[in-house]
Design a protein around this ligand. Structure first.
Ligand code: HPA
Length: 236
């Protein structure tokens, strides 16, 4: 057991899907995993291990933001030996050609956070996805006929930010979307030499604020992203 996760050694697979919302973790376990067993309930941050197409995989909530995902990803990697971590979340579009319900694969993540600078103050260290996972996820998404974008995202510390206009200008530099976790996950991947990837469906557009989704559409696009995440995790 680690400080924030109640699992015993061996209870967690070496591949994990990481939604922010613990109830999404439960949804994934109930709908996509066989023989799922809950390994964590501390702070309600539900985690499950089961099998998908015969392969052992886990799924666990991370909470919102870089401090929260950093705690869970650190413990999963260093205490439970997890080697492949794929975040599945939502993001706000910063780009005119990225619309609600589209899938974004974060090739890299810029950040307003000091999480990486705390360790490496002299450097602007790009935070990048594991290329093997990115390549697999891209081809799996294309195979499912999904609208998929690959590029830079912004991992912000604040959801309610006075940087709204500046964030939007990043769209002109090719930054596809804003979310709150990828840069920290990628940093931990680099730090511990494990594979990390962040997938996101666009839940809102900062470019076209009137673009909207129904609850049912959100559920369907979320389900498509789950498929991409799980297939990528178990691909050879
Ligand atoms: N900002 C930050 N994170 C997000 C957003 C957003 O607009 N939408 C979904 N996650």
């Amino acid at each position: 057991m680690s400080i924030h996760i109640a699992a015993k050694a061996g209870d967690i697979a070496d591949k994990i899907l990481l939604p922010g919302d613990p109830l999404r973790a439960k949804f994934i376990a109930e709908n996509f995993l066989e023989d799922a067993v809950c390994f964590n309930e501390i702070r309600g941050m539900l985690g499950f291990t089961g099998t998908h197409k015969g392969e052992r995989v886990s799924v666990m909530g991370t909470g919102m933001g870089m401090p929260s995902i950093s705690i869970y990803a650190h413990e999963l990697i260093t205490e439970y030996g997890v080697k492949k971590l794929i975040r599945v979340g939502t993001a706000g579009s910063l780009s005119a050609d990225v619309h609600v319900r589209d899938l974004v694969l974060a090739q890299a993540a810029a950040t307003t956070s000091r999480i990486i600078r705390n360790d490496w103050p002299e450097y602007d260290l790009p935070q990048i996805a594991d290329f093997t996972l990115l390549d697999k996820a891209y081809h799996i998404a294309k195979g499912l006929d999904l609208t998929v974008h690959v590029g830079n995202v912004l991992s912000a510390d604040l959801f309610y930010s006075n940087l709204f206009e500046k964030n939007l200008q990043l769209g002109q530099l090719g930054v596809k979307a804003v979310e709150m976790e990828a840069a920290a996950l990628y940093y931990l991947g680099a730090k511990h030499q494990v594979q990390t990837l962040a997938l996101m469906t666009i839940s809102d557009s900062l470019v076209y604020p009137s673009e909207d989704t129904t609850a049912e559409e959100r559920q369907n696009t979320f389900t498509d992203m789950m498929k991409v995440g799980l297939e990528t995790l178990i691909a050879d």
